[in-house]
Design a protein around this ligand. Sequence first.
Ligand SMILES: Nc1ncnc2c1ncn2[C@@H]1O[C@H](COP(=O)(O)OP(=O)(O)OP(=O)(O)O)[C@@H](O)[C@H]1O
Ligand SMILES: [Mg+2]
Length: 372
Amino acid sequence: MSALSLLQLQDFRSYAALDLVLDKRPVVLFGANGAGKTNILEAISFLAPGRGMRRVAMNVPVRHDCQSGAWAVHATLARADEESFSLGTGLDPQTSARRVRIDGQNAKAGALADLLRLVWLTPAQDRLFAGPRGARLRFFDRLTLSLHPGHGRNATAYERAMRDRQRLLDEGNADPSWLEACERQMADTGAAIMRARADTITHLQTQIDARETSAFPQAALSLEPLYDGAPEVDAPDCAARLAALFAASRPRDTAAGRALCGPHKANLQVMWRAKAMPAALSSTGEQKALLIGLTLAHARAVATSKDTPAPLVLLDEACAHLDPDRRAALINEVCAMKGQGWLTGTDRALFDAFGDRAQFFEVGEGCAKSVG
Ligand SMILES: Nc1ncnc2c1ncn2[C@@H]1O[C@H](COP(=O)(O)OP(=O)(O)OP(=O)(O)O)[C@@H](O)[C@H]1O
Ligand SMILES: [Mg+2]
């Protein structure tokens, strides 16, 4: 079990100060629009490396009236092994940089991921299936990153090599050995990116397939390359084939001003399996149910993956659009998870199916009151 037993916010968004004392049960935050529910989930999301679930710069969440210009989030994390850790992060006003502390010692943001994993679902993801391909691939890469910590490094190195290569192509008359060096880097990191993504699809699909009777529809996931001649991910010469593709594509990429082939040209396809229907064509509520099913499968994949602690699961407005049966099913799944679930909604009644299996907080006016 992973759970927060204490969460403290200082000058974070709408909160001057917030202190939540918690037990291990799931947490329900309810209150009116603008009450500050998502702000609490966002604060938790900063207990992982990265820019939080709203993907903002570090200075953005600071409370508007705050004099010091600094914000802080502190939590006590209780883990299955009965160990507990003190995690802190925030903005250092002197350096305008992020500060991370683990058990009172300064630490790198990456070290947070060794102790705490997070999975989140936000209303901004509601248009994931019908929205732009790039957003869907970014979403999927985030899932991949939580199972393959090196994925982020490879993605950054790939992008950098791709930019360097394009600059050489744009300038013309580049030394072929420079181009080759860029393409080799793109090919090596590209092959690693493809392997990590394929492995993630396998893990997610295994978790999805294991829930035949789930109230959440089963998705069939695949990654479609949007260029000709894409190598098979498990081909032993996958990297060499990518390098050959890049070399052959130089004239076309020069004319286009961008690389037209490679793993950045991939499309995550999600099908509603039982209906053999693309997720994008499903109804609003059906898409939400598919997305929740995918998120829960992801949480189980992280929980069962070697060396990763069970993730906390942040579900912002997940019950909106769900019919009562699906809501009850979601609540049962959240209760069965090994990591604490955090749910928000405008109305407490949405969460009645929890009974006393959750702890409830009424959120509003810069505080959150425990109401059972
Ligand atoms: N930096 C900030 N300083 C002060 N207040 C802020 C800051 N950023 C956002 N807020 C305020 O926080 C309030 C609560 O936002 P939040 O998104 O948490 O609401 P919510 O309870 O999730 O509402 P909804 O049900 O509409 O999703 C908003 O009214 C917003 O104006
Ligand atoms: Mg909200």
